[in-house]
Structure formats: structure tokens, C-alpha cells
Write a protein that binds this ligand. Structure first.
Ligand SMILES: Nc1ncnc2c1ncn2[C@@H]1O[C@H](COP(=O)(O)OP(=O)(O)O)[C@@H](O)[C@H]1O
Ligand SMILES: [Mg+2]
Length: 379
């Protein structure tokens, strides 16, 4: 139920944002706000590239996330979009123009970092006013615009405080107000919630999502947190070792992970090494399996999410049905995570039966349509 609702909300959001843009209707020919073409970045003296052969296209008004673990090349990618780094190979286009050699201050881009970067000796209002002052906006215009920007992030009453008199979440709201005050074309956010505790992070996710809807500009959001990326994005790119392994909507990435890395990184899953037998039949070790269709390869990896595995009488009509021995049980509150052994394979399943324990026998199975063939991740 909850998942269905989430999906509907995301869809609505996408439709709303596409409306004002006549260019979106022209599809492929619409100029991307950001486009990276064959971008590789190798830092001087390094053997491995921090970013390798990245292509991506981000359209106007999109909430785009880059998800990956630490060191996967997310910050380097953002810094090339902002102009703080130059690609070793490839080009960066902003609004259809080659911006590879354009310095950061001439790009219509703002960045919010994890560590706030507010001026510590300046009051909140002076921090937010700073970009306007620097660009020569007349004094009488600055006051009202700062007030409006602070109201948008619910910080108007803190205008006269210094950064150290604010909580982490409040400082991040001020940083957002400052980043948005000049109405940039593009806002880059590099793990902006990384320093906040869980509860504040969740609250800030709503703030960010609302802000993006209100101001309507393109957000590129970098995070190592799959939950954040899934919840927030219209489109997301999953990075691993400098490469984009998959670029798709959160729903697609969750349901049809392209590679074993993506399958394992997004949510929990069972990855089974399989061998094709004949037609839609395969084997994982000694365990015979039925697939939804003929696999194209003779060897492949199958991803089966624990939540797609049905237990007990629910699985009786399913083609893939097994009797297995429980080897381990973890208590998760509302359910149990059960590690079960069939032949030489181990699978993780979820059970609401709170009496199940090690040594018990359980019956479970899955619909072949719920299992996804994924590519082995190279490197
Ligand atoms: N200035 C730099 N000089 C050399 N190597 C760097 C530099 N910045 C980042 N790296 C390396 O590039 C890779 C990607 O880093 P980064 O883009 O910061 O990843 P992420 O933001 O995903 O954690 C890492 O291996 C990192 O050590
Ligand atoms: Mg980083």
C-alpha cells in the first residue's frame, strides 16, 4: 500500500513539472540543462580514473540524484558540472552550450555542501544577502529578497543570529536560502544532509522536495544513501568506481536493477549464480529454477528480492517452490529475516511468523516474473 502511494505521488510530481516546459514536449531535442559527454577525470599522478566515461543528460526542472558509495566519483562529477574541476577527456554542456572551459563564476550554478560553509562572523541575513551584494543588486532590493528567501526555508525569525547560534539543520536551511537567492539555473547538493541525525535528515528531505517544487529549478543531489535517492528523485544515476552502472527512475532501478552491484546496493536482494539448462529452466548450484523467459546467456546472475518470496500456503501455486531448512533468524520488529538453505544455496526471506527458528523447515517460492537477470558488475 505504502509503496503504491509513493509511486503515485512521484508520478504526479513529474507530470506537474513537465507542464510548464514546452520544450519537454519535444522530447529528445529539448536542450538538457546539463549534459556530460564521454567525461573522464583522472587526477594528476593517479592511475585510476575518479570518473570514467560518464554520459548523462539532465533536463529542466528535474530532481536528479547521483547515488554511490564513498569514493565512487560523485563529488568529482559535481565539481566538473560546477566548473571547479576540468574533465581529462570529454565535454560538459550547460543549456546546450559547451561550458567545459567556462570558469565556475560564469556558470549559473549554486552548490550546497555537507559542511554548510556559511561565513561564521556574518549574521544569517548577511550570509543570505552576500551573493546579491556581490553581484551588485541595489540595496533596497536586497532586504525584501533576503526576507522572502528566509521565509521559504522557515528561518525568517533567525535572521539576526550568527551561524554558531543555530542547529545543524537550521544552518543547512540558511545555506539553501543563500544558494537559491540569485535564482540559479541549477542547484548542486553534495551530501547536504550528511552531518545531520536521522530524524532531521528525514525532515530536511521534505524541505528539499518542497523547495524544488516551489522554485522549479533543476536539482542535482549527491548521496550515498539509497533511501534518500529513491525517495527524492525523478531520475537517478547509480555510480560505482567512477562509472554509471544504471540511470533510470527509482522505481525502475528498484524493480529492474541492471547489474549485480545495483541490485545489491539498492535494498536487500538474493543474488544467485545460475547456469542455463534449457528453455526457461536453469540451475543455481544444485537447485533447479524456472525463469520467466529464456535467458540470453548460459551463465547469469539472478536477483530475487526477499519481499518477492512468498512463504507457506501462499507459495503453493508458484512454479519455483522449495522446502528449506532455516539456518538463521534476525528479528526486525514487524517481521523476521530468515536465512534458509536449499541444497547448496542460501536465500534470505521475510517471515511474519514469529515462531520460526533455526532448524525449522519452511516452504517458500517466487513467481518467475519477480526474479530479474542482472549483469555481472565488472572491475
Ligand atoms: N583532488 C584529488 N586528487 C586525487 N584524487 C582524488 C581527488 N579528489 C578525489 N580523488 C579520488 O577520486 C575518487 C573519487 O572521489 P570523489 O569524487 O570524492 O568520490 P565520492 O564523492 O563519491 O566519495 C576517490 O578515489 C578519491 O580518492
Ligand atoms: Mg563526495
Amino acid at each position: 500500500m505504502a509503496e503504491e502511494r509513493e509511486e503515485t505521488e512521484l508520478n504526479t510530481a513529474t507530470t506537474e513539472r513537465q507542464e510548464p516546459s514546452a520544450r519537454a514536449a519535444t522530447g529528445e531535442s529539448a536542450a538538457a540543462v546539463v549534459e556530460l559527454v564521454g567525461v573522464t577525470k583522472t587526477y594528476p599522478g593517479e592511475e585510476e580514473s575518479a570518473v570514467a566515461d560518464v554520459d548523462l543528460r539532465i533536463r529542466e526542472g528535474e530532481f536528479f540524484s547521483i547515488l554511490g558509495s564513498s569514493g565512487s566519483g560523485k563529488t568529482t562529477t559535481l565539481r566538473m558540472i560546477a566548473g571547479f574541476e576540468q574533465p581529462t577527456i570529454g565535454r560538459v554542456f550547460l543549456d546546450g552550450n559547451d561550458a567545459t572551459d567556462v570558469p565556475p563564476y560564469r556558470r549559473d550554478v549554486s552548490t550546497v555542501f555537507q559542511n554548510y560553509a556559511l561565513f561564521p562572523h556574518m549574521k544569517v541575513q548577511a550570509n543570505v544577502a552576500y551573493p546579491l551584494k556581490m553581484s551588485g543588486v541595489p540595496r533596497r532590493e536586497i532586504g525584501p529578497r533576503v526576507k522572502e528567501a528566509l521565509e521559504r526555508v522557515s528561518m525568517a525569525e533567525y535572521a539576526k543570529r550568527l551561524p554558531h547560534q543555530l542547529s545543524g539543520g537550521q544552518r543547512q536551511r540558511v545555506a539553501l536560502a543563500r544558494a537559491l537567492i540569485r535564482g540559479p539555473r541549477l542547484l548542486l547538493l553534495d551530501e547536504p544532509l550528511g552531518a545531520l541525525d536521522l530524524k532531521l535528515r528525514e525532515e530536511m528531505l521534505f524541505v528539499l522536495k518542497r523547495l524544488q517544487r516551489e522554485v522549479g529549478i533543476t536539482f542535482i543531489y549527491v548521496t550515498h544513501d539509497q533511501g534518500e535517492a529513491l525517495a527524492m528523485s525523478d531520475l537517478m544515476a547509480v555510480m560505482n568506481k567512477g562509472r554509471i552502472e544504471q540511470l533510470a527512475t527509482p522505481a525502475e532501478i528498484y524493480a529492474k536493477p541492471a547489474t549485480s552491484f545495483v541490485a545489491g546496493f539498492i535494498g536487500k536482494t538474493n543474488l544467485l549464480s545460475c547456469r542455463h539448462v534449457e528453455g526457461n529452466r536453469a540451475e543455481a548450484g544444485s537447485v533447479p529454477l524456472i525463469l520467466a523467459e529464456d535467458p540470453k546467456q548460459s551463465q547469469f546472475t539472478l536477483s530475487v528480492r526477499p519481499e518477492s518470496i512468498l512463504i507457506g500456503t501462499d507459495c503453493h501455486s508458484l512454479p519455483n517452490r522449495f522446502v528449506a531448512e532455516v539456518s538463521e533468524v534476525l528479528f526486525l520488529g514487524h517481521e523476521r529475516e530468515v536465512l534458509a538453505k536449499i541444497g547448496d544455496q542460501r536465500l534470505m526471506v521475510r517471515s511474519q511468523d514469529l515462531t520460526v527458528g533455526p532448524g525449522d523447515t519452511i516452504e517458500f517460492g517466487w513467481d518467475p516474473k519477480e526474479a530479474v537477470i542482472v549483469e555481472a558488475t565488472g572491475g
